[in-house]
Design a protein around this ligand. Structure first.
Ligand SMILES: Cc1ncc(COP(=O)(O)O)c(C=O)c1O
Length: 421
C-alpha cells in the first residue's frame, strides 16, 4: 500500500473546490484556474440525451456500432482514415489516457509544462515521467532535439522512456504546434522507437479556421494513438464522453484490446445515453459544425483579450492559437514582484488569490519550474455566470462589448495592472 500522503486530489479540482467555498462565503472571485468551457449544453444534444434514456443495457465495452462508426467518420473527415473497429469510447478521455498508460510499456516523455494529469497518471501506472522543455514558439510538444538528449541520457542511466505525449492544441499554453514541428517530433519518434499518444481533446478549438492542423497520426499512423472527446469542444465535461483511435495495424489492435481489457474491469462501457449523444455529435450534422465554429471563435476572441492584458502588464506570453488558455511568464517583473514577496509560481498564485480574488493555476502544478513566475489562466470561464449570458457571448459579433464580459475583463485588467505597477 502506498503511504496515505501520496494520495492527492488533482490540483485544478482542489482549486475549484476552494473557489466554490469562497464564493459560498460571499466573496467575488474571478476563476481562471479551471479548464472548463463555460458554455451551456447544446439543446439538440440534450434532446439526444433524453432520447438515449432507453439505452439501459450495458452494451459492448468498446461502445455500440453507431457511436464507433460515427467516431470513425469524424476521424476520417480529418485526414485519418478510420474503421469502426479502431475506436473505443469511454467516460471521458482521462480514463482512456489512464488505460493507455497501463497498457503501453515503458516510461513517459511529457512536454514541460503539460496538462496536470499526465504525470500523476504515469505515477499511478508505476511509470516514470520525464519532463522535456517546450520550444519558444508553442507548447503541447516537447522540443524534438531535447527529446533526443533526454532519451539518450535516460536510457544510459537505465531508464526506459518509450512513450511521448503530445497535446494538440495545448493545455496549458493555448497554442497549436505547427506542422513542421509535428513532423520533426514524428521523425524523432521513428528514430528512437517511441509510441506517440496524441491528445487532441482541443482539436476543434483552433481559433483561426485557416490554421493548418497536422496530427502525428497522419505522419506516423502505425505508432500513434489519438484521444479526443466532447468535454472541451462541445462544453460537455460533466457528461464524460471520450474517444480513443488506435492504429489499424496488428500493434494497434493489441493496444486496443489492452484498453478494452482495462475498461472491462474498471468502467464496463460508456453510459448508454451518452453513446446516443456521442453518435450524434461525431456524425457532425450542420448544427454541430456551426456550434463548434461559434465556440472556437469565442474562445479565440477572449483568449486574445486576456493575452493582451498579460502582455500590457509586462509578461512574456505566447499568442494563443487554440484551446482556451494563456500561459504568461512574469520573469521581466521579477524584481518588482519580489518586493511583494512573490518569488515563484506558488507565491504568485497565492498572492493573486489572496489580494485580488483571482484564481489561476501555478505553473509548478503543470511540471514547470517552481521558481518560474508562470501560471495558466483558463479564459473560458469569462463568458458569463448564467446560461443566458453564455449563449449571448456565443452569438455576439463582438462578445467583448457585452457588459458581463467587459466587466470581468476589466477586473482582470485592473488586477494585472495593479500587480505590475
Ligand atoms: C489536455 C487535456 N487532456 C485531457 C483532458 C480530460 O478531458 P476529459 O476526461 O473530460 O475527456 C483534459 C481536461 O482538462 C485536458 O485539458
Amino acid at each position: 500500500m502506498p503511504e496515505a500522503s501520496v494520495w492527492r486530489t488533482s490540483p485544478n479540482l482542489a482549486l475549484n473546490q476552494l473557489v466554490a467555498e469562497r464564493r459560498a462565503a460571499g466573496d467575488d472571485v474571478v476563476h481562471l484556474g479551471f479548464g472548463e468551457s463555460r458554455l451551456p449544453a447544446f439543446a439538440p444534444l440534450a434532446e439526444r440525451l433524453a432520447r438515449g434514456a432507453g439505452r439501459n443495457a450495458y452494451g459492448p465495452v468498446a461502445g455500440g456500432d453507431d457511436v464507433r462508426r460515427a467516431a470513425a467518420g469524424y476521424f476520417s473527415r480529418r485526414n485519418m482514415p478510420t474503421e469502426a473497429d479502431q475506436i473505443v469510447v469511454g467516460p471521458g478521455s482521462k480514463p482512456l489516457l489512464m488505460a493507455l498508460q497501463h497498457v503501453l510499456p515503458g516510461d513517459v516523455l511529457l512536454p514541460r509544462p503539460a496538462w496536470n494529469s499526465y504525470a500523476p497518471q504515469a505515477r499511478l501506472a508505476g511509470k516514470k515521467a520525464y519532463g522535456v522543455p517546450i520550444p519558444a514558439v508553442c507548447g503541447g510538444i516537447p522540443d524534438p532535439a531535447a527529446v533526443r538528449d533526454v532519451v539518450r541520457d535516460a536510457r544510459a542511466a537505465g531508464g526506459d522512456p518509450r512513450i511521448v505525449v503530445l497535446t494538440l492544441p495545448d493545455n496549458p499554453t493555448g497554442t497549436l504546434a505547427p506542422p513542421a514541428l509535428v513532423r520533426e517530433i514524428c521523425a524523432v519518434a521513428e528514430e528512437l522507437d517511441l509510441v506517440i499518444v496524441s491528445d487532441e481533446i482541443y482539436r476543434d478549438i483552433v481559433h483561426d479556421p485557416a490554421t493548418p492542423f497536422l496530427s502525428p497520426a497522419e505522419v506516423v499512423p502505425h505508432r500513434t494513438v489519438v484521444t479526443n472527446g466532447l468535454s472541451k469542444t462541445l462544453a460537455l465535461g460533466g457528461w464524460r464522453v471520450g474517444v480513443c483511435r488506435f492504429p489499424g495495424n496488428s500493434w494497434g489492435r493489441e493496444v486496443r484490446d489492452g484498453v478494452i481489457s482495462v475498461a472491462s474491469e474498471v468502467w464496463s462501457t460508456l453510459a448508454g445515453p451518452m453513446q446516443e449523444v456521442a453518435a450524434h455529435a461525431f456524425s457532425e450534422p450542420p448544427e454541430i459544425r456551426q456550434r463548434l465554429a461559434a465556440s472556437a471563435r469565442l474562445h479565440g476572441i477572449v483568449a486574445r483579450a486576456v493575452h493582451r492584458i498579460m502582455v500590457d502588464a509586462g509578461a512574456i506570453c505566447r499568442p494563443p492559437t487554440g484551446g482556451f488558455y494563456v500561459y504568461p511568464d512574469f520573469e521581466p517583473l521579477r524584481a518588482h514582484l519580489a518586493s511583494r514577496a512573490v518569488t515563484g509560481s506558488g507565491s504568485l498564485q497565492r498572492h493573486l488569490f489572496d489580494t485580488y480574488g483571482v484564481m489561476v493555476l501555478a505553473g509548478h502544478h503543470l511540471g514547470d519550474d517552481e521558481d518560474a513566475l508562470r501560471f495558466k489562466a483558463a479564459t473560458s470561464m469569462l463568458y458569463g455566470d448564467t446560461a443566458e449570458q453564455q449563449e449571448q457571448s456565443l452569438a455576439a459579433d463582438d462578445p467583448l462589448a457585452l457588459p458581463h464580459v467587459a466587466h470581468v475583463l476589466a477586473r482582470v485588467e485592473e488586477t494585472f495592472t495593479e500587480l505590475c505597477r
